[in-house]
Write a protein that binds this ligand. Structure first.
Ligand code: G
Ligand code: G
Ligand code: MN
Ligand code: NA
Length: 250
């Protein structure tokens, strides 16, 4: 298809960019890290969402090429940040089925000179279930090298609490579906309280995603949520804007 051909060309010509969205500590609003988000603005097709081109790349077998370029760019950009903030990077389910993934990630970090302890990888539960043995081995290899693992979109889709007993995660990201209702719907507030209590017991860090206003930030901080992310703190921005943001915020 036209889209597939355009995506191939974009990968080859290095036209897919990476943007960064801040993740803050809710106790003091300090930036603690950034999530890398792929951005593709094609001259003919216009802006294409990663929600579209990432699944296409997976389907057509070029997710590895795409992801390697994005991780390299993201890690290189993170090296220019004025502080040693963490970099959070999304892994797709196809990558967790490929035994070469851990080696390829660690070799990129080595070449760029990026400390694995500063990297977090965001994965979804569905991705871990896809090919459980391979996924667990990849995760174990990465964690042994110091990389941390976040469970993305927690509370949606096929999440099952049983997965948390495997102790393969360092952090939980509460899906914005709960966060956006925290001040209008008692059920969402109770669910978030329960997630926070559970993560406290399991010694998991927590990020609330999709915080869009001050009231949500205050409520989550009051409930004891450690970290937050969302338009209230900053939208995803390119590398240069991110550097400017960091210099203005310290
Ligand atoms: O940035 P946006 O909200 O449009 O992202 C849409 C989806 O694309 C999200 O689920 C996000 O996790 C995913 N995504 C964004 N960048 C990447 C990437 O570099 N790799 C992978 N695998 N997924 C990404
Ligand atoms: O699936 P994942 O959690 O990786 O998706 C992250 C996506 O959420 C990013 O693509 C980003 O554009 C989007 N996002 C980040 N903050 C907000 C927010 O405050 N509100 C909304 N609606 N989307 C957000
Ligand atoms: Mn994510
Ligand atoms: Na999410």
């Amino acid at each position: 298809t036209q889209l597939e051909q355009a995506l191939r060309n974009a990968i080859i010509s290095d036209a897919i960019d990476v943007h960064f969205q801040p993740i803050v500590s809710l106790s003091n609003n300090q930036v603690v890290g950034f999530e890398a988000l792929a951005r593709w603005n094609d001259p003919d097709l216009g802006f294409v969402s990663p929600g579209v081109f990432v699944p296409l790349a997976e389907e057509r077998g070029f997710i590895d090429a795409l992801s390697e370029t994005l991780l390299r760019k993201a890690a290189e950009a993170a090296l220019s940040w004025p502080r040693e903030l963490f970099l959070s990077f999304n892994l797709s389910s196809a990558q967790l089925m490929d035994p070469g993934t851990s080696g390829s990630i660690l070799s990129i970090l080595g070449r760029v000179g990026f400390d694995p302890h500063r990297l977090e990888l965001e994965i979804t539960e569905t991705a871990v279930m896809g090919s459980a043995d391979t996924a667990h081995r990849i995760i174990a290899d990465l964690r042994a090298a110091g990389v941390r693992i976040s469970l993305d979109d927690f509370g949606t889709g096929q999440s099952s609490l049983g997965r948390l007993r495997d102790f393969i995660f360092d952090k939980i990201k509460i899906d914005r579906a709960f966060v956006s209702r925290i001040n209008s719907d008692r059920a969402s507030e109770h669910i978030i309280k329960a997630i926070l209590a559970m993560c406290d017991g399991l010694e998991l860090e927590v990020v609330a995603e999709g915080i869009e206003d001050y009231a949500e930030a205050v409520q989550l901080r009051t409930l004891g949520c450690g970290m937050g992310q969302g338009y209230h703190f900053g939208r995803p921005a390119d590398g240069i804007a991110t550097l400017r943001f960091l210099h203005e915020n310290y």
